[in-house]
Design a binder for this molecule. Structure first.
Ligand SMILES: Cc1cc2nc3c(=O)[nH]c(=O)nc-3n(C[C@H](O)[C@H](O)[C@H](O)COP(=O)(O)OP(=O)(O)OC[C@H]3O[C@@H](n4cnc5c(N)ncnc54)[C@H](O)[C@@H]3O)c2cc1C
Length: 406
């Protein structure tokens, strides 16, 4: 069982096979697989608790419905891990609150309906044959709460959501790693062989391998080893409606693809989110909330109201007040192509990257961690790795998004 502790004087491990910087879902998943591979694994986390920065603001959804074959495969790997979580971690009857109620993309634009046909065809060709293309009427027959304006939908029933808290602590319990809280990485020492140690604010841990899994702070941590990462940070909000009896409990994650607003049932209410265009920003420990967000997604007069495709929200809005709402904000860590960086960092032997999930780290982190460890122990090669850092280097560097972000 993994050990979570605030190391007192003299308790900091002096040496490790691998030190992971960052105790969010990405760092903790990586620690689980490192420890299962027999490596003495230490995670350093600056905050008072694991999973308390970006991971805590996630809407906790997962999907295989991506447009690139690489991301589809990555997410199917994670979904496999979620589906067999107790076997994988060895925790009997582990309950991660897995709900496979589907992801439903909707459009009211006929031009977009044509694009839906192309997207679903691409997904089928990539092996994701269980994505359904629905007409507006077919979608309404299946999900009667939808607006008459909808002209097309894409749906996959195996997508859904879960409890990221349970997944994260399941990985902790199933590992033999040490998780050091209130311990910040402040330096990465290099010698002629590459990485030599991680310097923390509690002392030095000698190691030949470091994993940068510091979420929005990854750029700063990689700079400790002299490496510049192409990461951009954008603020994102998540609104919890604590109680709303009008929300259909069996609804899928319902996405207005024309505006980006999406919601799903949660407890006695729902979670609502949207990626608004914001200016890139610096990493933040506390991401300030914009209290105009609830009005943007709930006011029936707003052009991006959730009621646009799910009209019951227009009635629900009259029943809601601030005490029924809980708003939080976090930062998406983007790469230029909106796909994660998972793998070694050429130029600095022993430096590994697991970051840049571009809004998909809760769902991609577990399989990303598994793949990174295969690279670390030499079971796979970076030349076959679609998430290699190499794709951002040199004159042929990838600079265009390959995925849309929700
Ligand atoms: C509103 C919102 C909704 C989202 N919804 C979803 C969703 O539905 N599905 C999905 O897959 N993804 C979602 N995401 C994205 C997802 O939350 C992130 O991709 C994921 O949590 C990233 O995990 P992480 O471990 O990389 O980063 P984090 O959770 O941010 O963890 C990084 C950790 O590194 C630590 N750290 C940083 N610097 C140091 C240092 N020097 N020393 C020690 N520790 C350090 C930090 O304290 C932090 O705990 C959402 C994000 C937001 C903001």
């Amino acid at each position: 069982m993994g050990q979570v502790m605030v190391p007192l004087k003299g308790e900091l491990p002096k040496i490790a096979d691998v030190v992971i910087v960052g105790g969010g879902i990405v760092g903790v998943s990586t620690a689980f697989f490192c420890s299962r591979a027999g490596l003495k694994t230490v995670v350093v986390e600056r905050r008072e608790a694991l999973g308390s920065l970006t991971t805590a603001s996630s809407t906790e959804c997962f999907r295989a419905q991506f447009e690139s074959a690489e991301n589809i495969e990555l997410m199917l790997g994670s979904i496999e891990i979620f589906s067999h979580f107790d076997e994988m971690t060895g925790i009997r009857d582990a309950d991660i609150s897995l709900r496979q109620q589907g992801y439903l993309y909707l459009t009211t634009e006929s031009q977009q309906a044509e694009i839906y046909g192309e997207i679903v065809e691409t997904q089928h060709k990539a092996g994701l044959t269980d994505v359904e293309l629905l007409s507006g009427d077919e979608a309404r027959a299946r999900f009667p709460y939808l607006s008459p304006q909808i002209v097309a939908a894409r749906y996959r029933g195996g997508d859904g959501w879960l409890s990221v808290h349970e997944v994260l602590y399941g990985f902790v319990k199933g590992s033999q790693a040490e998780f050091l809280l209130q311990t910040a990485a402040i330096g990465i020492a290099l010698d002629t062989e590459g990485v030599a140690a991680v310097e923390t604010d509690r002392g030095t841990i000698e190691t030949r391998r470091v994993v940068v899994a510091a979420g929005p702070f990854s750029r700063r941590v990689a700079r400790l080893a002299g490496v510049e990462l192409p990461l951009t940070l954008l603020r994102r909000h998540r609104l919890a409606v604590l109680r709303c009896d009008l929300v259909p409990r069996r609804a899928p994650l319902t996405i207005d693809d024309d505006t980006g607003v999406h919601w799903r049932p949660e407890g006695a209410g729902a979670l609502i989110a949207k990626a608004f265009e914001e200016e890139p920003e610096e990493p933040k420990e506390v991401v300030p909330r914009d209290w105009s967000f609830p009005a943007m997604v709930l006011d029936p007069q707003s052009p991006c109201s959730a009621g646009r495709v799910s009209p019951f929200w227009n009635r629900a809005t009259n029943l809601l007040n601030k005490s029924n709402l809980d708003l939080c904000a976090g930062q998406y860590t983007y790469t230029p192509d909106h796909m994660p960086i998972i793998g070694p960092c050429s130029g600095v032997a022993g430096l590994f990257l697991n970051t840049g999930y571009s809004g998909h780290g809760m769902m991609g982190g577990p399989e990303g961690g598994r793949r990174l460890v295969q690279l670390i122990v030499g079971k796979t090669s970076d030349s076959d790795n679609p998430f290699s850092f190499e794709r951002f280097l040199g004159p042929r560097a990838v600079l265009e998004p390959k995925e849309r972000i929700l």
